[in-house]
Design a protein around this ligand. Structure first.
Ligand code: SAH
Length: 242
Protein backbone atom coordinates (compact mmCIF):
# COMPACT_ATOMS: atom_id res chain seq x y z
CA UNK A 1 0.00 0.00 0.00
CA UNK A 2 1.30 3.45 -0.88
CA UNK A 3 1.35 6.07 1.86
CA UNK A 4 -0.28 9.08 0.18
CA UNK A 5 1.16 12.43 1.27
CA UNK A 6 -0.61 15.58 0.11
CA UNK A 7 0.75 18.98 1.07
CA UNK A 8 -1.30 22.15 0.72
CA UNK A 9 1.17 25.03 0.54
CA UNK A 10 1.94 28.41 -1.00
CA UNK A 11 5.41 27.04 -1.82
CA UNK A 12 4.98 23.70 -3.62
CA UNK A 13 8.55 24.02 -4.95
CA UNK A 14 9.80 23.22 -1.43
CA UNK A 15 8.68 19.58 -1.99
CA UNK A 16 9.97 16.92 -2.00
CA UNK A 17 13.10 18.97 -1.14
CA UNK A 18 15.22 16.96 1.30
CA UNK A 19 12.72 14.09 1.10
CA UNK A 20 13.90 13.51 -2.48
CA UNK A 21 17.24 12.14 -1.22
CA UNK A 22 18.46 9.29 0.98
CA UNK A 23 15.97 6.79 2.48
CA UNK A 24 12.85 8.84 1.77
CA UNK A 25 13.93 9.65 -1.80
CA UNK A 26 14.59 6.02 -2.61
CA UNK A 27 11.25 5.00 -1.09
CA UNK A 28 9.50 7.70 -3.16
CA UNK A 29 11.14 6.32 -6.31
CA UNK A 30 10.05 2.81 -5.35
CA UNK A 31 6.44 3.93 -4.86
CA UNK A 32 6.35 3.20 -1.12
CA UNK A 33 4.92 6.67 -0.65
CA UNK A 34 3.54 9.28 -3.03
CA UNK A 35 3.66 13.05 -2.84
CA UNK A 36 1.30 15.68 -4.19
CA UNK A 37 2.20 19.30 -3.44
CA UNK A 38 -0.85 21.48 -4.12
CA UNK A 39 -0.58 25.25 -4.45
CA UNK A 40 -3.15 26.95 -2.23
CA UNK A 41 -2.95 30.01 -4.50
CA UNK A 42 -4.58 28.01 -7.30
CA UNK A 43 -7.83 28.27 -5.29
CA UNK A 44 -7.87 32.06 -5.09
CA UNK A 45 -10.85 33.56 -6.87
CA UNK A 46 -9.87 37.16 -7.63
CA UNK A 47 -7.53 38.39 -10.35
CA UNK A 48 -4.79 39.19 -7.81
CA UNK A 49 -4.87 35.58 -6.54
CA UNK A 50 -5.43 36.75 -2.98
CA UNK A 51 -5.15 34.04 -0.30
CA UNK A 52 -4.95 36.20 2.82
CA UNK A 53 -6.49 39.15 4.60
CA UNK A 54 -5.66 41.54 7.43
CA UNK A 55 -6.37 40.25 10.95
CA UNK A 56 -9.86 41.00 12.23
CA UNK A 57 -9.51 43.21 15.29
CA UNK A 58 -6.23 44.65 14.04
CA UNK A 59 -2.61 43.72 14.47
CA UNK A 60 0.40 42.96 12.32
CA UNK A 61 0.64 40.57 9.41
CA UNK A 62 -1.84 38.67 7.30
CA UNK A 63 -4.12 35.70 7.93
CA UNK A 64 -4.87 32.84 5.50
CA UNK A 65 -8.51 32.89 4.41
CA UNK A 66 -10.79 30.03 5.48
CA UNK A 67 -12.73 29.98 2.19
CA UNK A 68 -9.57 29.58 0.09
CA UNK A 69 -8.15 26.93 2.44
CA UNK A 70 -11.44 25.02 2.36
CA UNK A 71 -11.47 25.02 -1.45
CA UNK A 72 -7.93 23.60 -1.43
CA UNK A 73 -8.86 20.93 1.15
CA UNK A 74 -12.01 19.97 -0.75
CA UNK A 75 -10.03 19.50 -3.97
CA UNK A 76 -7.83 16.66 -2.68
CA UNK A 77 -8.89 13.01 -2.23
CA UNK A 78 -10.70 12.41 1.07
CA UNK A 79 -9.56 9.60 3.38
CA UNK A 80 -6.22 10.41 5.03
CA UNK A 81 -6.34 12.59 8.15
CA UNK A 82 -5.87 16.31 7.55
CA UNK A 83 -3.26 17.99 9.76
CA UNK A 84 -2.52 21.70 9.99
CA UNK A 85 0.92 22.92 11.03
CA UNK A 86 0.57 25.48 13.81
CA UNK A 87 2.43 26.35 17.02
CA UNK A 88 -1.02 26.30 18.67
CA UNK A 89 -1.39 22.58 17.93
CA UNK A 90 -0.72 19.45 19.96
CA UNK A 91 3.03 18.74 20.14
CA UNK A 92 3.92 16.04 17.61
CA UNK A 93 5.14 12.84 19.29
CA UNK A 94 6.29 9.42 18.13
CA UNK A 95 3.01 7.67 19.01
CA UNK A 96 1.07 9.95 16.63
CA UNK A 97 3.76 9.52 13.95
CA UNK A 98 3.49 5.74 14.26
CA UNK A 99 -0.32 5.82 14.00
CA UNK A 100 -0.10 8.03 10.90
CA UNK A 101 2.51 5.76 9.30
CA UNK A 102 0.14 2.80 9.86
CA UNK A 103 -2.66 4.64 8.02
CA UNK A 104 -3.42 5.50 4.38
CA UNK A 105 -1.40 8.73 4.36
CA UNK A 106 -1.72 12.32 5.47
CA UNK A 107 -2.84 15.67 4.10
CA UNK A 108 -0.87 18.57 5.56
CA UNK A 109 -1.95 22.20 5.55
CA UNK A 110 1.02 24.60 5.73
CA UNK A 111 0.50 28.05 7.22
CA UNK A 112 2.34 31.24 6.36
CA UNK A 113 2.20 34.83 7.66
CA UNK A 114 0.22 34.96 10.94
CA UNK A 115 -1.42 31.61 10.31
CA UNK A 116 -4.96 30.40 9.62
CA UNK A 117 -8.43 31.87 10.01
CA UNK A 118 -9.63 29.84 13.02
CA UNK A 119 -12.92 28.93 11.35
CA UNK A 120 -11.15 26.43 9.06
CA UNK A 121 -10.75 24.18 12.13
CA UNK A 122 -14.49 24.29 12.75
CA UNK A 123 -15.58 23.99 9.12
CA UNK A 124 -13.34 21.04 8.23
CA UNK A 125 -12.02 18.05 10.16
CA UNK A 126 -8.48 19.34 10.75
CA UNK A 127 -6.07 18.24 13.48
CA UNK A 128 -3.74 21.00 14.69
CA UNK A 129 -0.13 19.90 15.16
CA UNK A 130 3.00 21.69 16.38
CA UNK A 131 6.56 20.46 15.89
CA UNK A 132 7.87 22.31 18.93
CA UNK A 133 7.77 25.43 21.05
CA UNK A 134 9.40 27.83 18.60
CA UNK A 135 8.14 29.77 15.60
CA UNK A 136 8.96 28.84 12.01
CA UNK A 137 8.31 31.18 9.10
CA UNK A 138 5.98 28.63 7.52
CA UNK A 139 4.48 25.18 7.93
CA UNK A 140 6.52 23.62 5.10
CA UNK A 141 9.52 22.68 7.26
CA UNK A 142 7.10 21.19 9.78
CA UNK A 143 5.46 19.14 7.02
CA UNK A 144 8.88 17.87 5.93
CA UNK A 145 9.67 16.88 9.52
CA UNK A 146 6.36 15.07 9.96
CA UNK A 147 6.67 13.25 6.63
CA UNK A 148 10.28 12.22 7.30
CA UNK A 149 9.27 10.76 10.65
CA UNK A 150 6.41 8.79 9.03
CA UNK A 151 8.26 7.60 5.93
CA UNK A 152 11.14 5.95 7.80
CA UNK A 153 8.56 3.75 9.55
CA UNK A 154 6.88 2.53 6.34
CA UNK A 155 7.41 -1.18 5.62
CA UNK A 156 10.67 -1.82 3.77
CA UNK A 157 12.03 1.73 4.08
CA UNK A 158 14.47 1.39 6.96
CA UNK A 159 17.49 -0.90 6.47
CA UNK A 160 17.28 -3.07 9.58
CA UNK A 161 13.67 -3.47 10.69
CA UNK A 162 14.81 -3.61 14.31
CA UNK A 163 16.43 -0.18 14.25
CA UNK A 164 12.96 1.33 14.56
CA UNK A 165 11.92 -0.19 17.87
CA UNK A 166 14.89 0.65 20.10
CA UNK A 167 14.96 4.39 19.42
CA UNK A 168 14.42 7.27 21.79
CA UNK A 169 10.71 7.72 22.69
CA UNK A 170 9.62 4.29 21.42
CA UNK A 171 9.60 2.87 24.94
CA UNK A 172 8.81 6.20 26.58
CA UNK A 173 12.52 6.75 27.32
CA UNK A 174 15.48 8.36 25.57
CA UNK A 175 17.84 5.91 23.91
CA UNK A 176 21.04 4.82 25.71
CA UNK A 177 24.32 6.41 24.52
CA UNK A 178 26.03 4.81 21.51
CA UNK A 179 29.74 4.26 20.73
CA UNK A 180 31.78 2.93 17.82
CA UNK A 181 35.41 2.52 16.76
CA UNK A 182 38.08 3.54 17.57
CA UNK A 183 38.03 1.97 21.04
CA UNK A 184 40.17 4.85 22.32
CA UNK A 185 39.79 8.43 21.08
CA UNK A 186 41.65 11.36 22.64
CA UNK A 187 42.18 9.32 25.78
CA UNK A 188 38.50 8.34 26.10
CA UNK A 189 37.58 4.68 25.85
CA UNK A 190 34.31 2.94 25.06
CA UNK A 191 32.71 1.77 28.34
CA UNK A 192 34.16 -1.62 29.24
CA UNK A 193 30.75 -3.30 29.52
CA UNK A 194 30.05 -2.69 25.82
CA UNK A 195 33.26 -4.55 24.93
CA UNK A 196 32.57 -7.45 27.33
CA UNK A 197 30.46 -9.51 24.93
CA UNK A 198 28.17 -10.24 27.89
CA UNK A 199 24.74 -9.55 26.39
CA UNK A 200 22.86 -9.62 29.68
CA UNK A 201 25.24 -7.06 31.22
CA UNK A 202 25.11 -4.89 28.10
CA UNK A 203 21.36 -4.90 28.10
CA UNK A 204 21.18 -4.06 31.83
CA UNK A 205 23.69 -1.21 31.32
CA UNK A 206 21.71 0.19 28.40
CA UNK A 207 18.44 0.08 30.34
CA UNK A 208 20.02 1.81 33.30
CA UNK A 209 21.62 4.52 31.10
CA UNK A 210 18.33 5.11 29.25
CA UNK A 211 16.57 5.58 32.58
CA UNK A 212 19.24 7.84 34.10
CA UNK A 213 19.53 10.05 31.01
CA UNK A 214 15.76 10.36 30.67
CA UNK A 215 15.39 11.28 34.36
CA UNK A 216 18.11 13.96 34.15
CA UNK A 217 17.43 15.36 30.68
CA UNK A 218 13.68 14.93 30.28
CA UNK A 219 11.94 14.95 33.66
CA UNK A 220 8.64 15.34 31.74
CA UNK A 221 9.13 11.99 29.93
CA UNK A 222 10.42 10.36 33.11
CA UNK A 223 7.34 11.35 35.12
CA UNK A 224 5.08 9.91 32.42
CA UNK A 225 7.14 6.71 32.25
CA UNK A 226 6.97 6.18 35.99
CA UNK A 227 3.25 6.95 35.99
CA UNK A 228 2.61 4.41 33.23
CA UNK A 229 4.55 1.72 35.12
CA UNK A 230 2.54 2.28 38.26
CA UNK A 231 -0.78 2.21 36.39
CA UNK A 232 -0.37 -0.79 34.07
CA UNK A 233 -0.67 -4.23 35.71
CA UNK A 234 2.45 -5.54 33.92
CA UNK A 235 4.32 -2.42 35.05
CA UNK A 236 3.22 -3.01 38.63
CA UNK A 237 4.46 -6.60 38.43
CA UNK A 238 7.78 -5.42 37.01
CA UNK A 239 8.19 -2.96 39.86
CA UNK A 240 7.52 -5.61 42.49
CA UNK A 241 10.14 -7.86 40.93
CA UNK A 242 12.80 -5.15 41.13
N1 SAH B 1 1.14 33.82 14.52
C1 SAH B 1 1.32 32.40 14.72
C2 SAH B 1 2.62 31.91 14.08
C3 SAH B 1 2.64 31.97 12.59
S1 SAH B 1 4.11 31.34 11.94
C4 SAH B 1 1.34 32.12 16.22
O1 SAH B 1 1.91 32.91 16.96
O2 SAH B 1 0.82 31.07 16.66
C5 SAH B 1 3.61 30.95 10.30
C6 SAH B 1 3.27 29.50 10.04
O3 SAH B 1 4.41 28.70 10.27
C7 SAH B 1 2.19 28.90 10.89
O4 SAH B 1 0.90 29.16 10.38
C8 SAH B 1 2.51 27.43 10.83
O5 SAH B 1 1.97 26.81 9.68
C9 SAH B 1 4.01 27.41 10.73
N2 SAH B 1 4.65 27.17 12.03
C10 SAH B 1 5.36 28.05 12.76
N3 SAH B 1 5.81 27.50 13.90
C11 SAH B 1 5.39 26.22 13.89
C12 SAH B 1 5.53 25.14 14.80
N4 SAH B 1 6.20 25.26 15.94
N5 SAH B 1 4.95 23.97 14.47
C13 SAH B 1 4.25 23.83 13.31
N6 SAH B 1 4.09 24.81 12.42
C14 SAH B 1 4.65 26.01 12.69
Amino acid sequence: MTFAATVLTLYPDMFPGPLGTSLAGRALGEGKWSLDAVNIRDFATDRHSTVDGTPAGGGAGMVLRADILAAAIDSVPAGPPILAMTPRGAPLAQARVRALADGPGVTILCGRFEGFDERIFEGRQVEQVSIGDYILSGGEMGALVLLDACIRLLPGVMGAASSGVDESFEGGLLEYPQYTRPVEWEGRTIPEVLRSGDHARISAWRKSMAETDTRLRRPDLWERHIGARVQSPSGARRQKDE
